[in-house]
Ligand binder design. Sequence first.
Ligand code: ZN
Length: 206
Amino acid sequence: MEFSSKLIEKAVNEMSQLPGIGKRTALRLVLHLLKQPKEQTAFLSQALLNMREDIKFCESCHNISDTQICEICANVLRTHETICVVEDIRDVMAIENTGQFKGIYHVLGGKISPIEGVGPNQLNISSLVEKAKSGKVTEIIFALSSTMEGDTTNFYIYKQIAELEITVSTIARGISVGDELEYADEVTLGRSILHRVPFEKTFKNN
Ligand SMILES: [Zn+2]
């Protein structure tokens, strides 16, 4: 793509670094911003800068948060004995939208994936195991997508907590669309949380 302006070229190049944004789309977005009042670009830039600068991770569940302890963990009305294990904030949002889960979360930050070079140590697994061993937790619910990576991760965690006096369950796998929680409809997802199944049952018959 040839540009008549270096300034436009630079903006397009930066914009096209984002996932799903090709050069053409980037150019369309940049030209759109040019047509808008200058403040619009300032608001956008500032929002992105603030987000990047001020965002925190909850010290307890590792979810993205504006505060040191996220609103969910800080909520005394939630059941802190029940922990739902998810991959990232999108899963937390999807499950929260169902309104069916009153426990707290633990955000792993990914799944074990040898192909992508993600090992257990790069994920928030040890803090989960610590929590499980604290004696304050009665149930751990796995809500990772049912991919090979998801199953591997579940099993890796399960092996470390299987001996504890804790119920380990997994959300019912009625979810089909790409197996991604964020795309599951709220009713299905809500139902699958309420009708969770003992984790042992999901592999002992195999
Ligand atoms: Zn939290």
